[in-house]
Design a protein around this ligand. Structure first.
Ligand code: SAH
Length: 236
């Protein structure tokens, strides 16, 4: 990561000097710089445009708002993280969205990725296993006026089979292998983007469901928190 992208603000400054306007101008500049940085590796203009509009600072704890546009993951509580912006952009681009899709996300977390998707497609169903995170994300997304996102609490089976099939599925937590349950929830031609590997390091994969089986393309090395459940990791 280039050092120019590291934020040198002290978050406290925003609270202490009482100047909210100054803070928000500074964050807008940070966001524009981040988009320029992403542009070096992300080609999809629609993805860059949306990431230039959705305010990531509203999805992180107040204490780390000033770091919202550093290109790195940030803690969101419950030992979970909001993904690095580059990874959000890369995954979104790999879903090959055109606007009419119904998309499933596993791992709502802060709700940021769901908001990015909701700007690009018809409908988003996002599933989270931690009640507290699901609750906060729902509140944030409703507050921002999104009406095309449904936040669901995870059940035993991975994903949300009740509303399948989906045109695209994004998994923002790491799985040991490609879960067949999720492939089954895709239309033929549908895309699944998922980190696959060990608990500590994974390969980000774009999986496309074909008439028979799937094709798999590797996108980059990455590091996600574990996906917990059937066909994934045990808790702890
Ligand atoms: N997409 C999020 C970041 C996700 S972090 C964002 O934009 O902020 C990964 C999340 O996956 C965690 O919140 C974790 O609780 C959740 N998770 C883990 N296993 C899951 C499962 N089986 N179903 C749904 N969510 C799961």
């Amino acid at each position: 990561m280039p050092s120019t992208l590291m934020s040198f603000h002290v978050c406290g400054r925003f609270r202490d000097d009482g100047s909210k306007a100054e803070a928000s101008v500074s964050l807008e500049k940070d966001r524009a710089k981040l988009i320029q940085h992403l542009r070096r590796e992300i080609e999809d203009e629609q993805v860059l445009d949306v990431m230039g509009r959705v305010r990531r600072e509203l999805f992180v704890p107040t204490s780390s708002r000033c770091f919202a546009y550093d290109d790195r993951p940030l803690p969101i509580g419950e030992d979970q993280t909001i993904s690095q912006p580059f990874i959000v952009a890369l995954m979104t681009q790999a879903l090959l969205l055109t606007g009419s899709e119904k998309v499933l996300e596993l791992g709502t977390g802060s709700g940021y990725q769901a908001a990015i998707l909701a700007e690009l497609v018809r409908y988003v169903i996002t599933v989270e296993r931690m009640q507290k995170l699901a609750h906060i994300a729902k509140h944030t997304l409703e507050g921002l006026g999104y009406t095309n996102i449904e936040v669901k609490l995870a059940q035993r089976t991975l994903g949300w089979p009740a509303e399948a099939p989906y045109d695209a599925i994004i998994v923002t937590a790491a799985a040991p292998t490609i879960p067949q349950t999720l492939v089954d929830q895709l239309v033929v031609g549908g895309r699944l983007v998922i980190p696959v590997g060990s608990r500590w390091e994974q390969d980000l994969q774009q999986v496309i469901r074909r008439d028979e089986g799937v094709t798999v393309k590797s996108l980059t090395r990455c590091r996600f928190v574990p996906l917990i459940g059937e066909e994934a990791w045990d808790e702890g």
